[in-house]
Design a protein around this ligand. Structure first.
Ligand SMILES: [Zn+2]
Ligand SMILES: [Zn+2]
Length: 320
């Protein structure tokens, strides 16, 4: 007892040393617990999943090449409810453009749904019947086969329509429908109609004119939404996104379209990873077209937006 008292007194006299010893003991104890818990491979937690060695290959989505006979883009010049809008068309055969101004959203969805059932929409008359007067104004143009035509569609002033109702809307400003004019031509293409929903600025919603959605209807009763791909353009200057949003640059999810020659013109040796091989992979769901086939094997995340890659598809069939 007296010895213990003497020891504590001695330690108290050398208090700085006593504290150092206590702190050191605590540190060693903590270090021992941490190492005992995790083992010696603690730094593994800092590795990103891209760097771990065996990368499981992302599933490839099987694609079918399909020719889309329809092409529509917004034409030059201003677009408004009072002055109408110009539409630029380029079709592979004679076709009919039907413009439905102020088309009811639910009526269009119902018509597309019916197409998937068995009421196929293959000619302008079918669309007129399916929409059944659920629109403000209808105008029709016949377009001959050719490179580029510009049509101007406008609601007559005597209809005195200045807007398409309060937000959220029950009416689309403009729905443009393209169908093939000749019955025989409908057997040439699998795609029988193209439905393009266009926003036109009005007094209530002044967002500039743009294509909101684009649907392709097939003879088998499928409805595909046409979505843009995001890829770098060869030419410098205009922003990439702007280019890739044009219908010419788009590819249908599930069914790619456009002729192969179109693609090879735009694709250079510009893989964003190796900077050496041609871009040939579109990553899903982000739709960035940015890597070549061999770089694709090393990635589970998109190198542009870091989104996890669920699937991918090839722009051109890989030569074996
Ligand atoms: Zn590459
Ligand atoms: Zn991406």
């Amino acid at each position: 007892m007296a010895g213990m008292k003497l020891l504590l007194l001695t330690l108290y006299e050398y208090s700085p040393l006593f504290h150092i010893v206590v702190v050191s003991l605590c540190f060693l104890l903590t270090a021992a617990i941490v190492l005992g818990w995790f083992g010696f491979d603690v730094p593994v937690m800092l590795l990103s999943s891209d760097e771990t060695e065996p990368v499981t290959p992302t599933p490839e989505r099987p694609m079918v090449q399909e020719t889309n006979p329809f092409s529509l883009a917004l034409g030059s010049g201003p677009a408004s409810v009072s002055d109408g809008v110009s539409l630029k068309l380029g079709c592979l055969g004679p076709c009919v453009l039907s413009c439905f101004w102020g088309c009811e959203v639910s009526a269009l969805q119902r018509a597309l749904h019916n197409h998937q059932q068995n009421l196929k929409l293959t000619c302008p008359q079918h669309f007129l019947e399916a929409l059944h007067l659920h629109f403000h104004y209808h105008q029709m143009f016949r377009i001959s086969r050719g490179d580029e035509h510009e049509c101007h569609t406008c609601i007559p002033h005597d209809q005195s329509i200045t807007d398409f109702g309060p937000l959220p809307r029950k009416h689309y400003p403009l729905v443009a429908v393209l169908t093939l004019a000749e019955t025989e031509a409908r057997n040439l293409y699998n795609i029988v109609a193209s439905v393009i929903v266009i926003h036109i600025p009005d007094d209530i919603y002044r967002l500039s004119a743009r294509i909101l959605f684009q649907y392709l209807l097939t003879s088998q009763g499928d409805v595909h939404e046409l979505k843009p791909l995001f890829m770098s353009a060869e030419t410098s200057g205009p922003p990439d996104l702007e280019r890739s949003c044009q219908p010419e640059e788009t590819q249908m999810e599930g069914d790619p379209l456009r002729e192969e020659t179109d693609w090879s013109e735009h694709i250079g040796r510009n893989c964003v990873v190796c900077q050496n091989a041609a871009v040939n992979r579109v990553l899903l769901p982000c739709r960035h077209a940015c890597v070549c086939d061999s770089c694709m094997l090393h990635f589970q995340h998109c190198p542009i937006c870091r989104a996890f890659v669920m699937e991918s598809f090839a722009l051109r069939a890989t030569r074996t």
